[in-house]
Ligand binder design. Structure first.
Ligand code: SF4
Length: 220
C-alpha cells in the first residue's frame, strides 16, 4: 500500500499531544468500530460507497433489502442502475451511487472473480471508491492498518492540533506519523465517535470533553 507523505511540518506539540489523545480515546471508546452493518467484504464495500455524504443510520436502514435482492457482486453486476435506485432512494446522492454500484460490481466480477480485492490500489480504482473507502474496507474487512480520513477525522485532527492540513490524504499522512500502526484503525473509529458525540462540527462541547485540558481547540 502506498502512503502519501506530508511535506509540511506537524503542528507544535503534536508529538507530545498524540499519546494523550490516544489514551483519552481509549478510555472513552474502548470498543470503537465501524457503525456500518455488514457480513462480508462485499457488503462493507457497498455500504461504504453508500455512506459518502450520508449517515450510517440511513445506510444501515437501506442495506438489508438491497443485500437480500443482490447478495453478491455477481447479482449486483447484472443489475442496471435503475434497478438499484429504489433500494437506496432514502440515501443522499442515490442516482450517482446506483450508477457507481452497478459499475463497481461489474468490475469486481470482471477483474476479481466477484471478490473484493485485499489490495489498496485495486479498491481505490473501483467506481465510487477512493482512499477513504479503500482504508475503511481494508481495515475493517481484512484487518490492514489504515486511517480513513472523513469529515470528522479531519476536523478533530485539526482542532486537536495533530495536523494543519485540509486535504484528507495529508491529514492521513500526519496521523500516520503520530500514532502507532496497530492503533490506526481504532483511532479512526474513536475520532469519528468523538466527532459525532462531543466535538460536533458546529457546536463542540468542550466543557464536557475529556480532552479539554490538553486540546488546543484550534479554530474553535
Ligand atoms: S476540547 Fe473541544 S475542540 Fe478539543 S476535542 Fe474536545 S470538544 Fe473538540
Amino acid at each position: 500500500m502506498t502512503r502519501p507523505t506530508s511535506p509540511a511540518p506537524l503542528p507544535g506539540g503534536a508529538q507530545a499531544r498524540a499519546p494523550l489523545v490516544l489514551s483519552a480515546l481509549e478510555g472513552l471508546y474502548p470498543d470503537a468500530r465501524t457503525e456500518l452493518k455488514f457480513r462480508n467484504p462485499f457488503e462493507l464495500l457497498v455500504a461504504t460507497v453508500l455512506s459518502a455524504q450520508a449517515t450510517d443510520v440511513s445506510v444501515n436502514a437501506a442495506t438489508p433489502a438491497l443485500f437480500a435482492r443482490y447478495p453478491d457482486a455477481h447479482a449486483l453486476g447484472r443489475a442496471a442502475p435503475e434497478d438499484i435506485e429504489p433500494y437506496i432512494r432514502s440515501i443522499g446522492l442515490y442516482r450517482g451511487k446506483a450508477r457507481n454500484l452497478a459499475a463497481l460490481a461489474r468490475l469486481l466480477v470482471e477483474r476479481h472473480g466477484g471478490e473484493v480485492p485485499g489490495d489498496f490500489d485495486a479498491v481505490v480504482a473501483l467506481p465510487g471508491a477512493g482512499r477513504k473507502t479503500a482504508n475503511v474496507v481494508l481495515s475493517n474487512a481484512y484487518g490492514y492498518p489504515a486511517i480513513a480520513v472523513d469529515t470528522h477525522v479531519g476536523r478533530l485532527a485539526r482542532r486537536l492540533g495533530l495536523s494543519e492540513q485540509t486535504h484528507p490524504d495529508k491529514v492521513e499522512a500526519d496521523l500516520g506519523r503520530l500514532f502507532p500502526r496497530d492503533r490506526w484503525v481504532f483511532l479512526h473509529h474513536a475520532l469519528i465517535l468523538h466527532g459525532r458525540r462531543i466535538c460536533l462540527a458546529r457546536r463542540p462541547q468542550c466543557p464536557a470533553c475529556a480532552m479539554q485540558d490538553f486540546c488546543p481547540k484550534v479554530g474553535v
